[in-house]
Design a protein around this ligand. Structure first.
Ligand code: NAI
Length: 340
């Protein structure tokens, strides 16, 4: 299955002429995307940053943007609304303070599929809902644009109220600099599935593998210091992934010794992935795509604001830090604090 890729030549910035573009949020993505859009030639007077009174609002003002603190006032003006506040606060802020005041013809732009895939946002059928989702942190979205380079991005039309959703999505992608390197056609479903799968299936396995590897090697007499450096503090894993991105997932192995190449390739081929496949499938279908995680997470979401053990995330950190790996790293970091 190969995806369509859209470039600058597929997009027409002229479609954004005389459109009022409102950025709800001026954080990681909001600050980068608003500045890129303005530098692409959208007049400053056509851009409005909707932000509560905080340091992000001050930052937007210092960059010369018009800032509106009253959300209903900002909503009523928006032809295009970039929804760039944290995912967990979007349903409340959007549904209560924006949706009732938005034009029937408004275009809503999301940068993450989660709230749309799980149907947590209330749109009118006449509105366009498009996804323009950079695959980069905001500072890179900005710095790559400033260097005249593009950045990887997913684009999709989730609701085509106007019948013109794709052309507007592409114009907005071009304005923030996302079609320069090619924006990949995707969907809120695909984006959410891949994101949550990585977070709930792939990375937990990696954390578990490091935890168990640490424990076995410690049992065999390896020191905490040697293990921490060997396994991650030397930044070797980070370098491996960087080379994998640049040269190829398998091709980067050529930089390793022959003993290492032989050990890694023969070891991986000898592993039977059947049990892992079943586990991964279970997470994907019975936890992510069926909405089970989303439902359970929304029940504990309010507790994540609490301090101390009542916050379930604090408890997860506490338990994880009790592992041999967690305890050893703490000791090593304290001891080597001058060197790190
Ligand atoms: P952020 O955490 O940087 O958002 C901060 C902004 O949200 C500020 O303007 C702040 O005033 C506002 N805000 C925070 N809490 C609020 C509340 N309760 N009520 C009203 N405003 C509030 O957000 P970030 O990371 O830029 O994420 C925005 C969207 O972009 C999300 O959908 C996220 O999934 C997506 N995204 C983020 C990436 C990243 O680099 N962090 C990468 C790609 C997509």
């Amino acid at each position: 299955m190969s995806a369509k890729i859209y470039y600058d030549s597929d997009a027409d910035l002229g479609l954004l002429k005389d459109q009022k573009i409102v950025f709800l949020g001026y954080g990681n993505q909001g600050s980068a995307q608003a500045q890129n859009l303005r530098d692409s030639g959208i007049p400053n007077d056509s851009i409005l940053v909707a932000n509560r009174e905080d340091s992000y609002a001050e930052d937007a003002k210092s960059k010369g943007f018009h800032v509106e603190h009253d959300f209903p006032t900002a909503a009523a003006q928006a032809d295009v609304l970039f929804l760039l506040i944290p995912d967990q606060v979007q349903p409340r802020v959007f549904n209560e303070e924006f949706a009732p005041h938005l034009k029937d013809s408004a275009v809503i732009v999301i940068a993450s599929g989660y709230n749309v895939f799980y149907k947590l946002l209330n749109f009118k059928p006449s509105q366009d809902v498009v996804m323009v989702a950079p695959r980069m942190i905001g500072s890179s979205v900005r710095s790559l644009y400033e260097k005249g380079k593009g950045f990887p991005c997913f684009v999709s039309v989730e609701q085509d109220g106007s019948g013109n959703g794709l052309t507007i999505a592409l114009a907005l992608s071009k304005a923030i600099g996302a079609t320069k390197a090619g924006a990949i056609a995707s969907s809120a479903r695909e984006e959410t599935a891949m994101d949550l799968f990585a977070e709930q299936a792939l990375w937990p396995q990696i954390i578990m593998l490091f935890r168990e590897a640490f424990s076995i090697l410690k049992e065999a007499g390896c020191s905490d210091e040697a293990l921490c450096y060997e396994m991650w503090m030397s930044k070797e894993p980070a370098e491996i992934f960087e080379r994998a991105a640049e040269e190829g997932f398998i091709a980067q192995l050529k930089h390793h010794s022959t003993v290492s190449q032989f050990g890694q390739l023969s070891g991986a081929l000898a592993l039977n992935g059947d049990a892992t496949r079943e586990h991964f499938k279970n997470i994907l279908y019975n936890q992510v795509l069926n909405g089970k995680f989303c439902k359970e997470f929304s029940k504990i979401e309010a507790d994540l604001e609490k301090d101390g053990p009542e916050n379930p995330l604090n408890e997860l950190y506490r338990k994880s830090e009790q592992s041999e790996l967690g305890q050893a790293e703490k000791r090593v970091r304290e001891r080597l604090s001058g060197l790190l």
